[in-house]
Write a protein that binds this ligand. Structure first.
Ligand code: SF4
Ligand code: SF4
Length: 160
């Protein structure tokens, strides 16, 4: 069962993560660029998370989504940040529902913590096995999942 195996692998890796050192830190925030991939389950989990919030919080997140996400890196180079990155507060507004890739940032050998606070990354064999399992799922950006959902919502109107 790919899903059960993935869930077990994810739990195994999460148990080994040094998450406490990330509390209140945003030193790797620049890695929150747009285009983060998510599985359908992650996207639906994120939508469920948003639906569970009081309207005041949902409105606040909508304002974050409307922010200009451009970061000027100098020399004419810019990067677009993730829709859920609060550019003013410098934090993720869907942290509890962020996809796997966001969770692994700073905690795997190939994407280490830039300030070396995470001294014990997930053992690489475990992290690689998790990624191989994760790669079996279809992944799309938040925007692509949203666009798919909008098309499905419209399909009865189109006779589809
Ligand atoms: S991975 Fe490192 S830089 Fe990123 S939040 Fe954790 S401690 Fe901070
Ligand atoms: S979902 Fe959150 S943690 Fe992931 S890239 Fe976006 S802002 Fe960063």
């Amino acid at each position: 069962m790919p899903l059960q195996s993935y869930i077990a692998l994810k739990s195994l890796c999460e148990e080994q993560m040094q998450l406490e050192v990330c509390d209140g830190c945003d030193a790797c925030g620049l890695r929150c660029a747009s285009g983060v991939p998510a599985t359908r389950a992650e996207w639906e989990g994120l939508e469920d998370h948003l639906d569970s919030l009081p309207s005041s919080e949902r409105n606040a997140i909508a304002l974050v989504e409307a922010q200009d996400k451009t970061v000027d890196l100098g020399d004419g180079v810019t990067v677009q940040m993730c829709r859920y990155r609060d550019m003013e507060a410098e934090r993720c507004v869907v942290y509890a529902a962020r996809p796997l890739i966001c969770r692994l940032l700073g905690h795997v050998e190939w994407l280490p913590c830039p300030i070396e606070k995470v001294v014990r990354p997930i053992p690489t064999p475990d992290a690689l096995t998790l990624m191989r399992s994760y790669a079996l799922f279809e992944r799309k950006t938040f925007e692509q999942w949203e666009s798919d959902g909008a098309e499905q919502d419209l399909s009865p109107l189109n006779g589809g």
